[in-house]
Design a protein. Structure first.
Lengths: 179, 162
């Protein structure tokens, strides 16, 4: 083995390992990739939050690009996110539905009355069963579905203006232009 | 003194026992047999809680862990196999819920990597051992041998004189 290789190989191995570990450090372990991406959204039928006699189901979300936002009144980050959702709703570019997750109906209604309601409708998932089917592990979570009802994106954690401008709206525009 | 030591020892043992018992109180699931309960516990010990990520579903006290335990319990009571339960959770939360990662293309490197490193190391060892064996034996000429003997003799004489 030429002499310079003897020194170069360990150096290269070290650089490779360092790069690998550095990448590992910069990943957020709290972000669990969803296996639902590019699959049909899980079916559900739940009573609506505002009108307990009516139901909301996955078929209501089909036929248009839609967002399903998982929230609850006990969720602090959801409160932080709420104003951003209202802004997004005002753009009129996307249909926002809510999944009110393991919440108290009266509290949730009061929340929407006080803070404003960005949702077209809310499904009331009292025992969190539908949440489990969607792989929810902590509110807030936001799913984006295309017109065929295929899940195209999942965002974990509160939406911010920046995320909406750089990720959500461009994706919605792309899905909208698709047939 | 001995009495004090034995008391200390007893205290340590008690503390140890207490930490073992200080796991989450599982919901009041009822099982027909103790074997079924063990089976259930073994299964959820292999599943990872998504909220407190270094705990299994058996250890975690997170709200989600409670819900998922109930889900697993119900599936088992309905006669679902372990595979079906695991499949159910993986379909929703991904391979992340498994403490035991499956063998598939994206994890090949994790599973086989150490053996590749071992093979490379064995190859390098074998090569360097072989190279040592094949080192040329230094034959010395008759003249060199005489010079060597002479030198040794001179050396011995000097040593005996001093």
């Amino acid at each position: 083995m030429p002499r310079f290789l003897r020194y170069l190989v360990p150096l290269l191995l070290f650089v490779l390992l360092a790069a690998l570990l550095y990448r590992g450090l910069s990943l957020d372990p709290k972000l669990v990739p969803s296996p639902l991406i590019d699959k049909a959204m899980p079916a559900f039928t739940l009573p609506r939050l505002q009108d307990a006699a009516a139901t909301l189901s996955d078929s209501d979300l089909r036929g248009k690009v839609s967002i399903l936002n998982v929230w609850a009144t006990w969720c602090v980050s959801c409160r932080a996110e709420h104003a951003t959702l209202l802004e997004l709703a005002r753009t009129g570019k996307v249909n926002i539905y809510g999944l009110n997750y393991k919440d108290n109906r009266a509290n949730a209604r009061r929340w929407l009355a006080q803070l404003g309601n960005p949702y077209i409708a809310n499904a009331f998932d009292e025992d969190g069963r539908v949440g489990i089917n969607w792989g929810v592990y902590g509110a807030p979570e936001t799913f984006i579905m295309d017109k065929q009802g295929i899940v195209r994106h999942k965002h974990v954690g509160p939406l911010t203006r920046e995320i909406i401008a750089t990720e959500i709206l461009p994706l919605v525009a792309r899905l909208d232009s698709g047939s | 003194m001995i009495k004090l030591l034995s008391m200390l020892l007893a205290a340590c043992l008690l503390a140890g026992a207490a930490t073992v018992q200080a796991t989450v109180t599982l919901e009041s699931f009822t099982f027909d047999t103790p074997q079924q309960e063990d089976h259930f516990k073994n299964l959820i010990a292999e599943l990872r809680c998504l909220v407190c990520q270094n705990q299994s579903l058996l250890d975690s006290d997170a709200e989600l862990a409670h819900d998922l335990r109930a889900e697993v319990y119900e599936m088992m009571q309905k006669g679902n196999s372990d595979e079906q339960v695991v499949e159910f959770l993986v379909a929703r939360y991904g391979d992340f819920v498994l403490y035991n990662p499956p063998f598939k293309p994206s994890t090949w490197l994790i599973w086989i990597g150490p053996f590749i490193v071992l093979l490379v190391a064995l190859f390098l060892l074998w090569r360097s051992l072989r190279r040592q064996q094949h080192m040329p034996q230094h034959e010395i000429s008759e003249a060199e041998r005489k010079r060597l003997e002479q030198a040794l003799r001179d050396n011995n004489r000097e040593n005996s004189r001093s």
